[in-house]
Design a protein around this ligand. Structure first.
Ligand SMILES: C[S@@+](CC[C@H](N)C(=O)[O-])C[C@H]1O[C@@H](n2cnc3c(N)ncnc32)[C@H](O)[C@@H]1O
Length: 237
C-alpha cells in the first residue's frame, strides 16, 4: 500500500518536507570542512547573548539552545552559570561542539536531533536560537514557535538572531514571502524577516523586550556580531 496518503494535518507537513531540501545532509556537508571562512565558525558568543546575560535580567538556570551548531553560544552560557541543553540536526556540528566543550573541560548536554522532535513542558528559563529559525521551512515554523513557548517556564525568555532583509556583499538574505519559498522550492540561503513579520509570527506567544540590528564585532571584541542579523529578546506571555 502506498504510504503517500494524507489523513491528518501532520501528513501535510511530512508531504511538504518531502518537496524541500533535507536539512541533515546539507548541514553535515556544510560543517565537513572546518577551515571554511564562515563568520559563525569563530568560537566567540553572540554579542547580544553576552549583553542579555551580563544585564542580569535573565534567571540563571536551565537554557535550551536550538540549532546550536558547533556550540559557541552553549559553551559561553555554560561558562556563565547555565545548565545547557543544546540541539542540532547535524552530527558533524554536534561532534565539533563536543570537542570544543571537552577542550574547556565543561559539560554541555549536546544532542543530535531535529528541533521538530522536541517535547518539553515548562522546563527552561531561557531558550536561544542563533540562526536556526531562518533556515526552517515556513510550514514547520508554527509548531517550532509553539514548542519554544511550551519549553519555557512562565515568563521565561527567548533570544533570537535571524536574517534581516536586504542582501549585501557581506551577507544577509532575501525577504521571500512564505508562499514564494514553495513556488521557488528554496529559501535562497535563508529567509529574512522584517521587524513587522517577526512581531506578527511571535507576538501571540511572546512580548517583545528588544529588537535591534546586531552590533558589528571584530576579533578584539571576542564576541560575534554582524550587522545583517537582527538580535532580539522576547518574554513568554
Ligand atoms: C546558521 S547555523 C547556526 C549555528 C549556530 N547557532 C551558530 O550560530 O554558531 C544553523 C544551524 O541550525 C541547524 N538546523 C537546521 N535545521 C535544523 C533542525 N530541523 N533541527 C535542528 N537543527 C537544525 C543547522 O544544522 C545549523 O547548525
Amino acid at each position: 500500500m502506498s504510504t503517500e496518503i494524507i489523513k491528518k494535518p501532520e501528513d501535510v507537513l511530512t508531504m511538504l518536507d518531502s518537496l524541500m531540501r533535507e536539512p541533515a545532509p546539507f548541514w553535515n556537508h556544510f560543517y565537513s570542512d572546518r577551515t571554511k571562512r564562515i563568520p559563525f565558525f569563530v568560537e566567540y558568543p553572540d554579542e547580544n547573548l553576552v549583553s542579555y546575560i551580563e544585564s542580569g535580567m535573565l534567571n540563571k538556570g536551565r537554557m535550551l539552545e536550538l540549532g546550536c551548531g558547533p556550540g559557541r553560544n552553549a559553551i559561553y552560557a555554560t561558562l556563565n552559570g547555565y545548565a545547557v541543553d543544546a540541539i542540532d540536526i547535524s552530527e558533524e556540528a554536534i561532534t565539533w561542539a563536543m570537542e570544543r566543550a571537552k577542550e574547556r573541560n565543561i559539560s554541555v548536554n549536546f544532542e543530535c536531533k531535529s528541533v521538530f522532535n522536541l517535547q518539553y513542558m515548562e522546563e527552561f528559563d531561557f531558550v536561544y536560537d542563533s540562526g536556526c529559525l531562518h533556515h526552517l521551512w515556513p510550514h514547520r515554523r508554527v509548531g517550532y514557535i509553539q514548542m519554544i513557548s511550551n519549553a519555557l517556564k512562565s515568563k521565561g525568555y527567548f533570544g533570537l538572531t535571524c536574517f534581516a532583509p536586504g542582501f549585501t556583499e557581506i551577507g544577509g538574505a532575501y525577504e521571500l514571502t512564505d508562499w514564494e519559498i514553495y513556488r521557488e522550492r528554496s529559501m535562497k540561503g535563508g529567509q529574512a524577516y522584517s521587524k513587522e513579520k517577526l512581531i506578527d509570527i511571535l507576538g501571540d506567544y511572546f512580548d517583545l523586550i528588544e529588537l535591534r540590528a546586531m552590533n558589528e564585532c571584530n576579533d578584539l571584541d571576542m564576541k560575534f556580531g554582524v550587522p545583517f542579523l537582527w538580535a532580539s529578546l522576547w518574554r513568554k506571555k
